[in-house]
Design a protein around this ligand. Structure first.
Ligand SMILES: *[C@@H]1O[C@H](CO)[C@@H](O)[C@H](O)[C@H]1NC(C)=O
Length: 259
């Protein structure tokens, strides 16, 4: 159960952007789940990063996998190689961690092969990338909300429904390790005057909703700790309150499917 990104994120430096996004987001459905869009699933299977701090790579692969499925109406369902990023990317630190935004850049610059070509070992193995494998590239990568610090609940909802799942980061506290089901929230207080927030884990945002009984809003998130963890490998977390900084630094990339 390793976490893997260590950086400071910042949010809400431009309230004007947030206000515009918030207006647009008001027209979105109350509930959205890419695992079930009119009965169709667009999210690839949950995986397990094991004892390697590669969450940033799994989060990014999961995003590209879901987005290829969405773009092709499930006619293409590649599973990408998180190991390629761990072993080969100069923009990250292998099993010691990395930053999903820069993995978007890596995919745009170098492309990514499928799992079969470079299977996951969960270690800092050498970059033995077979030349024969097909590579997929990204046409774009960006911070959700438009810029570093521009993230918000509304910007994430708009990006999600329009373009598909995206990488998000959060700070994992010890109580999160015991999560079984339900809408997670951490009770720790934070300094309201400090705009910087800590995050140490990257995961994939796939949906949002609201509890009928309590009115509590939540995100639906895919983790990379195996399908036995949480709600079949997923978790829900409180939405609208920047819970554990999960609304502070979402990133998106656009894969280019095969012709
Ligand atoms: C997408 O695929 C489904 C079957 O899985 C099909 O019913 C639907 O018509 C397809 N949509 C388009 C736009 O091709």
């Amino acid at each position: 159960m390793l976490c893997c990104v260590f950086f400071l994120s910042i949010r809400r430096v431009r309230p004007v952007t947030v206000a515009a996004d918030s207006k647009a987001a008001a027209g979105l459905p109350q509930h959205w789940d890419w695992r079930n869009v009119n009965g169709v699933n667009f999210v690839s299977p949950v995986r397990n990063q094991a004892q390697c701090g590669s969450c940033y790579s799994f989060a990014t692969m999961g995003m590209l996998e879901a987005r290829v499925r969405i773009q092709t109406n499930n006619t293409q369902q590649p599973v990408f190689s998180p190991q390629q990023v761990v072993s080969c990317s100069q923009y990250s630190q292998g099993c010691d961690g990395g930053f999903p935004y820069l993995i978007g850049k890596y995919i745009q610059d170098f492309g990514i092969v499928e799992e079969d070509c470079f299977p996951y070992t969960g270690s800092d193995s050498p970059c033995n990338l077979p030349a024969k494998c097909t590579k997929y590239y990204a046409s774009d990568y960006h911070y959700v909300g438009g810029f570093y610090g521009g993230c918000s609940e509304s910007a994430m909802m708009l990006e999600l429904v329009k373009n598909g799942p995206m990488g998000v980061a959060l700070e994992v506290y010890p109580d999160f390790m015991n999560y079984k089901e339900g809408i997670y929230h951490h009770t720790g207080l934070r300094d309201a005057n400090n705009p910087f927030e800590l995050t140490n884990h990257a995961v994939l945002l796939v949906g949002y909703g609201q509890c009928h009984k309590t009115g509590e809003k939540y995100w639906i998130v895919k983790n990379s700790w195996g399908s036995g963890w949480g709600e079949n490998g997923f978790f829900r977390i409180r939405r609208g309150t920047d819970e554990c900084a999960i609304e502070s630094i979402a990133v998106a990339a656009t894969p280019i499917p095969k012709l």
